[in-house]
Design a binder for this molecule. Sequence first.
Ligand SMILES: Nc1nc2c(ncn2[C@@H]2O[C@H](COP(=O)(O)OP(=O)(O)OP(=O)(O)O)[C@@H](O)[C@H]2O)c(=O)[nH]1
Ligand SMILES: [Mg+2]
Length: 252
Amino acid sequence: MSQIELSDIFTVDREGKPTIKIVLFGPPMSGKTSMLTVFNALRRMENPKTIVSALTKIQDDTGRTVFFDQGVFQTPPFKGKKFDRLRYQLWTIPGEERHKTQRDIVMKGVDAVLLFLNFEKTAEEQNKVILKEAKETVGETFGSKIPVVAYINKSDLPAEERLDKRDIIKSLIEEGAIHSDKAANIVLTGSCLNARNELLSILTSPKRDEFFDDSNRLRIDKRPDSVWLIVRPIQKLTQLAVEQRLEYVQNF
Ligand SMILES: Nc1nc2c(ncn2[C@@H]2O[C@H](COP(=O)(O)OP(=O)(O)OP(=O)(O)O)[C@@H](O)[C@H]2O)c(=O)[nH]1
Ligand SMILES: [Mg+2]
């Protein structure tokens, strides 16, 4: 089975490219649109050629998502692997409760779920509600055939305004969203706000040239830690999806 191609394990898009559909599924105002915006900005700074289609946002005039945000990106080369041609569609759902129908539409054909949670103390119940809905929408393949990575946003908030990460992990385990032995690996945290601010400060820095190469691309080794934290959940999810599908075809 050494000849497996990505197109054997993923759906191909209209241009014949293997594509994975990842949905950021999380409660209202948790920062899903912010993550996609930061991700898109990073790609524009590092390598615009990896942006396959421009970021689309369907929002109301206050910036609330009413249908979805969507962007398509190409993976940068995987180290030493030939799997460097995967396209990934990143979608966000509208978190507001009244948009359930739109969420169901966005979830059609999902390949992997980024369970996008909110560190804010006031969001405890909303995190639980959205987790239940994600599980119900995906069905029994949630966390198995459809891999799940949890990401808790707004880690920049002061401790007294934040939920306890251990309690969040506990409820993820209780709800059967993740296995306890994998928690450290697939429950990630970060701050879209910090990532966005650090990218902006690079752009306006008097030492801007130190961050960019001769082609005016942000050097990967200059990627701030806060930005790594935004990229990692998507990378991790893609990796799980590839592994899971390879395993499936190899056992076939
Ligand atoms: N403190 C803090 N605020 C954040 C962070 N990320 C986003 N926000 C703020 O949270 C609010 C909601 O962000 P959005 O990205 O619009 O949230 P959303 O999840 O897309 O919301 P819906 O589209 O309604 O589902 C905005 O005011 C953001 O500026 C973060 O990491 N830290
Ligand atoms: Mg949104």
